[in-house]
Design a protein around this ligand. Structure first.
Ligand SMILES: Cc1ncc(COP(=O)(O)O)c(C=O)c1O
Ligand SMILES: N[C@H](C=O)CCC(=O)O
Length: 427
């Protein structure tokens, strides 16, 4: 596909933006290409600056569950913008979204809106530390909770993609308070808790790890963490920034029947606008300023455009049959990709929960970050490039999830599978 305009824009961007991008995973560096610059998007389709069209499975890294430019979401944003774009004062829209979020996640008795998933996780950690009067947190290798200092340890997403073990700029003194364990390894967690329980404030995790591909929790893992937290007075922080309203309306907690004390949300609840939220038990949330002493704030928090877009997105997700449709189309895609790999004789392991999926180039199964890292990233890069040339946009990293949206038609799925057959020949 001709990409001269994208290349031109990338060269221009590189002069004024580090690496030419405003978030590292966008750079296509791990797959040896330059990024596509996007002109517009509609439904399941992304259209780049050269006019090329792609069936899109990135969906802005998860928020676009209704597809791009959904008329109801666009209309909600347009209507809100006509009334002013930010007031720095409370609105009824914030209450509407907070009520809907709390109804979907019954363990969230109160919720505070912020402007990104990073802010949500960072604030939840501060609150957990304030509430328990303890310092340490435990996270899992390959899980990503945004780029706050204490969470940028053994992280997934771009950190995993570029093989960055620890970020310069994070003082060792901060990282010292972050313990890490392999995902799905309850025995290791028990040992760490035993050793550090007096100063351990919280365990934070992605309930389905989507920042190292798509790694579901093994049976007993989530409930085991819940028990440990209850036994030792630690908080369980479930980061549903990616999974919330994605794998079920009530997120992974609804799917697996395990409840966090604090929950982080983002992505879908903003309908494609910048957003995040964290919430949980009332007694914990009451520790936040202005009621309590744990400080947290934001100029654009509860932004009316983001709230309106989020409300429109959630309304679409309450329509009948929505999650069934996502499940059916995603299952069809996963099976087609699996068969394409088998037909080409390429070792691959397709992992999926609802409309989140990842095709690992290895036999699998993948249960941890160490497992994920055993994938053949060279085969992935070839597959990725061939898919792009065949009109399919996947995340440019082996360590990211793909997302099916409500806008993906059965024809899109068929065309994607056909593209995979062509892309895997000789990969
Ligand atoms: C599970 C999870 N938590 C937190 C974040 C951070 O969100 P944001 O990129 O909006 O800061 C992300 C994505 O980036 C995520 O996938
Ligand atoms: N994997 C990240 C979020 O889920 C990708 C978003 C980003 O860091 O730009």
């Amino acid at each position: 596909m001709p990409c001269s305009r994208s290349l031109e824009l990338f060269q221009r961007a590189n002069r004024v933006i580090p690496g030419g991008v405003n978030s590292p995973v966008r750079a296509f560096k791990a797959v040896g290409r330059h990024p596509l610059f996007i002109d517009r998007a509609e439904g399941s389709t992304l259209i780049d600056a050269d006019g090329n069209r792609y069936i899109d499975y990135v969906g802005s890294w998860g928020p676009m569950i209704a597809g791009h430019s959904h008329p109801k979401i666009v209309e909600a944003i347009r209507k809100a913008a006509g009334r002013g774009t930010s007031y720095g004062a409370p609105t009824a829209l914030e209450i509407d979204l907070a009520e809907q979020v709390c109804a979907a996640f019954p363990n969230m008795e109160q919720v505070r809106m912020v402007s990104s998933g990073t802010e949500a996780a960072m604030s939840a950690i501060r609150l957990a530390r304030g509430f328990t009067a303890r310092n340490k947190i435990l996270k899992f290798e390959g899980c990503y909770h945004g780029h706050a200092d204490s969470l940028l340890v053994e992280a997934g997403s771009g950190v995993a993609t570029f093989g960055i073990p620890a970020s310069p700029g994070v003082p060792a003194d901060f990282a010292r308070h972050t313990l890490t364990a392999p995902f799905n390894d309850l025995d290791r967690v028990k040992a760490l808790v035993e050793e550090h329980k007096a100063d351990l404030a919280a365990i934070i995790l992605e309930p389905i790890a989507g920042n190292m591909g798509c790694v579901p929790p093994q049976p007993g893992f989530l409930s085991g963490l819940r028990d440990l937290c209850d036994r030792h007075g630690m908080l369980l922080i479930v980061d549903e920034v990616m999974t919330g309203f994605r794998v079920a309306y009530g997120g992974a907690q609804q799917l697996y029947g395990v409840k966090g004390d604090l929950v982080c949300l983002g992505k879908i609840i903003g309908g494609g606008m910048p957003v995040g939220a964290f919430g949980g038990r009332r007694d914990i949330m009451r520790q936040l300023a202005p009621e309590g002493g744990v400080y947290q704030a934001g100029t654009l928090s509860g932004n009316p455009l983001a709230m309106s877009a989020g409300l429109a997105a959630l309304a679409l997700l309450r329509e009948e049959g929505v999650y069934e449709q996502l499940e059916e189309r995603s299952a069809c895609l996963a099976e087609g990709l699996r068969q394409a790999a088998t037909a080409a004789g390429v070792p691959a392991c397709l992992q999926r929960v609802g409309s989140m999926f990842c095709c690992y180039f290895q036999a699998g199964p993948v249960r941890s970050f160490a497992d994920a890292r055993a994938s053949d990233t060279r085969v992935f890069a070839t597959f990725f490039g061939n898919m792009l040339d065949n009109g399919v946009n996947l995340a440019p990293s082996q360590f990211e999830a793909g997302f099916v949206s409500l806008a993906h038609t059965p024809e899109d799925i068929d065309r994607t599978i056909e593209a995979a057959h062509r892309s895997l020949q000789g990969a």
